[in-house]
Design a protein around this ligand. Sequence first.
Ligand code: MRU
Length: 369
Amino acid sequence: MLIQNQHYRTIWLSPENEEVVCIIDQRLLPHKFVVEELRTVSQLITAIKDMHVRGAGLIGATAGYGMYLACREAKENHGSEDYIYAAAKELISSRPTAINLEWAVKRQLKLIQTKQTIDDKIIIAKRTAIEIADEDAEYCRQIGLHGVSLIEKISKVKQGAVVNVLTHCNAGWLAFVDFGSALAPIYKAHNEGIKVHVWVDETRPRNQGASLTAWELLNHGVPHTIIADNTGGHLMQHGMVDMVITGADRVTAAGDVANKIGTYLKALAAKDNNIPFYVALPSSTFDWNIYDGLTEIEIETRSADEVKYISGICNDEFITVLVAPKNSSAINYGFDITPARLITGLITERGICGANQESIAALHKNISH
Ligand code: MRU
């Protein structure tokens, strides 16, 4: 996407040194745009854990590059296969909920195993990392092409009046390699001249909506309004939301969706107000082995300090302030499960399908997994 007229992806190999992985440090947005260089697997794992990079697609792509760095490091460790497997294990456990991470590492391992020499392993791992990133961007572009039809339909019914879309967290290009999932149809609609306005949930505790989604939309010129997380239901009751589109971190083969904490409450409110609730995802976000999101998806628990403290900028300096009694305890679940029955449809790179086993399987008949 464009930032001050320059095209960026969220991850790339440095053109000066192809052993260096470049990312945008998302902890500093929207205040500072800083490119960080990752040179070791361990730096890359820290970047995932501490959320310099985040979002299902992007952490998958980052893990893909992580396996490339792991092969390079293995060469310095006598070509050790154990080194590669240990790195794979550590990468997979760096964040547990988004399936894209595990998917990317397993895709890499499968191909790396087919090569005998460490030099060949490095070559295939590099090629695969680039392929995973390119594919992620392309799939998100296609999600935009399919999803825009939904916005277009509502716009026609409203005779060209503004279509109000509510979104939660950040499922824009920053959460992927480019384009985004939930925001891709919105960008496409805006580019085509359809009047669209986005209600942006702030998304406590890490505020990915207020800091990242708002920044993305602002850069792209899409009208939007940031709201406190508790506002969505009120807006829906007053006819101020036409549809909801969110992203996903893991979707079961039967259509249950794990997404940022608070998504479930928005889906309940949408159901009560007869508002279509769509989830956008590339196929790498399906977990084909599970059917029941509530019992089978691990929900990440992060530090309680993310709830008790808020970070931001004050007089050009980053500060963190305590907003709760220091000695109160807090708990920080990163994700929740929205049951398939509350979801109107899934927007994927292959098209739009119902959130149920039959429709998902019909659309993904020949997918390899
Ligand atoms: O904790 P994060 O920021 O990595 O959470 C992931 C998300 O950004 C959201 O849950 C998003 O809606 C799905 S990822 C495209």
